[in-house]
Design a protein around this ligand. Structure first.
Ligand SMILES: Nc1ncnc2c1ncn2[C@@H]1O[C@H](COP(=O)(O)OP(=O)(O)O)[C@@H](O)[C@H]1O
Ligand SMILES: Cc1cn([C@H]2C[C@H](O)[C@@H](COP(=O)(O)OP(=O)(O)O)O2)c(=O)[nH]c1=O
Length: 212
């Protein structure tokens, strides 16, 4: 049975880049790795959520809990794939997982890491839906200004990566970062590790290798 590790952080923090570096390092040490990313674009619930964040699907995006349901259904639909990946690999790396819903939803509502919506996400996804609990959650702690600049330059170089409503909202990103720090400090759902902006990916890969 593999170890489940979720990489969390702001838009443009470098989650995808870190996931690839950690995968390469773990594979070089002989471990098998499967990487999955949420939202799972190209599948129904993820596409509904992405459209909503770009002004589609009526007033869905106005509802914090409504968006939380779409992202949660996306993960519920992927649960069989996560379980299959855990059965076949040493490590399954997730680029965003339930904590993304907790952080962005609490930030939108002006709540903290210990507020009502983070408890709702936890109960919905790990209680009612029975999603696999991560062995480790990683907060990629990058200053909001750095993450925003990376997201902006990515948008400029790739038309397919036009920033959505959350990505364009600097205040929301700052509040989301604060909630993530709180989730990590209180070990929301399972153990957390904070990965700093100048920490080497190898540090994280070695910590993940030590889990198994
Ligand atoms: N450690 C880093 N140093 C400099 N640039 C980075 C670093 N990590 C990521 N980037 C760049 O920042 C942008 C966003 O990175 P990405 O991994 O796609 O972020 P995320 O998946 O968190 O949205 C990309 O253009 C990427 O090349
Ligand atoms: C997975 C997930 C994402 N989000 C938010 C974070 C992002 O602002 C947005 C889109 O996800 P993101 O990972 O940024 O996708 P992209 O590949 O377009 O960069 O959705 C949630 O609010 N809850 C979730 O459960």
């Amino acid at each position: 049975m593999g170890r489940l590790v979720a990489i969390e952080g702001l838009d443009g923090a470098g989650k995808n880049t870190l996931t690839r570096a950690v995968t390469a390092r773990l594979e070089a040490s002989g471990r098998t790795v499967c990487a999955l990313a949420f939202p799972r674009y190209g599948t129904q619930f993820a596409d509904l959520a992405a459209e909503a964040l770009r002004g589609g699907n009526g007033d869905v995006a106005e509802s914090v809990y409504g968006m939380g349901l779409l992202f949660a259904f996306d993960r519920q639909a992927a649960a069989p794939d996560i379980r299959a990946a855990l059965a076949a690999h040493d490590v399954v790396l997730l680029d965003r997982y339930a904590a993304s819903s907790a952080a962005y939803s609490a930030a939108r509502l002006g709540e903290g890491a210990d507020g009502a919506v983070t408890a709702w996400v936890r109960e919905l996804e790990f209680g009612r839906f029975g999603l696999p609990v991560p062995d480790l959650q990683v907060y990629l702690d990058v200053p909001v200004t750095v993450a925003a600049e990376r997201a902006r330059s990515r948008e400029a170089s790739d038309a397919a990566r036009e920033r959505d409503a959350y990505e364009k909202d600097g205040d929301l990103q700052a509040r989301t970062g604060a909630v993530y720090a709180g989730l990590a400090a209180t070990e929301w759902v399972s153990p957390w590790r904070v990965h700093g902006v100048s920490d080497a990916p190898a540090l994280l890969a070695d910590a993940i290798a030590a889990l198994s």
